[in-house]
Design a protein around this ligand. Structure first.
Ligand SMILES: NC(=O)c1ccc[n+]([C@@H]2O[C@H](COP(=O)([O-])OP(=O)(O)OC[C@H]3O[C@@H](n4cnc5c(N)ncnc54)[C@H](OP(=O)(O)O)[C@@H]3O)[C@@H](O)[C@H]2O)c1
Length: 244
């Protein structure tokens, strides 16, 4: 099966998916009220911006946008210049995933100087279009009404690749990451472990959803670990065992 996957990947390449998250020492990516997770250091924010700058597009769930109201654009001049050198546009595409299309036009996100796409269902696209009185183009450069239940993420990533999205940064939250993990579509993961405890069964984790049995657990290889003051920066790669 491993060989089969490789042949399919060559014939029909897909975007590579890198998850980037900060979590508390007890494994929570936000507090029990699912507010914006502003608990990591300035160093972690710079690390996040560097990883965003490497991506062709960034994908996040509507729950994350509801918490923040904004996205992380690339602001450091050196990072923008590195993108130019790699022949990438100045900013990665910011893609919001929302089944419902229940988003707020007044969010600061819609004033940020970034390309924006909405990935939604056909009902979600109709809801959003009615909300902005048909003026969709003011808010999103593209509306993709392709979200289905269940969602075939692999096909979507195969469609993204020829559009120039080779590297997709998946920035959470735990619900969206879970739907990629359940389809084994996470290639790399950067996790920053931050020095605080949040607790609470309702608080989101890096991988929510219904979870996997131990026999189906996705095995990771640790390819980097770095400590900066009180934070630990972990870098994992998904490892597909031989014969898997
Ligand atoms: N610490 C960190 O690094 C970090 C990073 C990101 C987020 N967070 C935190 O995580 C929390 C948000 O996480 P969350 O799990 O509640 O929300 P989320 O994953 O950001 O978004 C969930 C929403 O996205 C849409 N969605 C996700 N997966 C979908 C799928 N497979 N099919 C269709 N629609 C899908 C749905 O939108 P609709 O409801 O519109 O249908 C769903 O309600 C916030 O508290 C935020 O601060 C932390």
């Amino acid at each position: 099966m491993g060989g089969q996957r490789d042949i399919n990947q060559v014939k029909n390449p897909r975007s590579q998916v890198t998850v980037v998250l900060a979590m508390s020492a007890d494994g929570k990516i936000a507090d029990r009220d699912r507010t914006a997770a502003r608990f990591s250091s300035a160093h972690d924010l710079a690390h996040l911006e560097t990883l965003v700058a490497q991506a062709d597009a960034v994908l996040f769930g509507a729950g994350t946008l509801r918490a923040y109201g904004t996205c992380l654009s690339v602001r450091q001049r050196a990072l923008v210049e590195q993108r130019e050198t790699r022949h990438q546009p100045p900013q990665p595409i910011q893609i919001v995933c929302s089944q419902s299309g229940h988003l707020e036009p007044q969010w600061r996100f819609f004033q940020q100087p970034v390309p924006r796409w909405l990935l939604t269902s056909s009902a979600g696209a109709q809801h959003w279009s009615a909300m902005v009185e048909g003026d969709d183009g003011t808010y999103f450069d593209q509306v993709l009404p392709d979200l289905t239940e269940p969602m075939d993420w692999r096909s979507l990533l195969q469609r993204f690749h020829p559009l120039g999205i080779e590297r997709l940064a998946l920035l959470g939250g735990g619900t969206l990451v879970a739907s990629f993990a359940e389809q084994d579509l996470i290639d790399e993961m950067h996790l920053t472990v931050c020095p605080l405890l949040l607790g609470g069964a309702a608080a989101p984790t890096p991988f929510d959803g219904t979870g996997l049995a131990i026999a189906q657990a996705l095995k990771l290889q640790l390819i980097g670990v770095r400590q900066v003051e009180n934070e630990v920066f972990l870098h994992y790669r998904r490892c597909h065992p031989k014969g898997d």
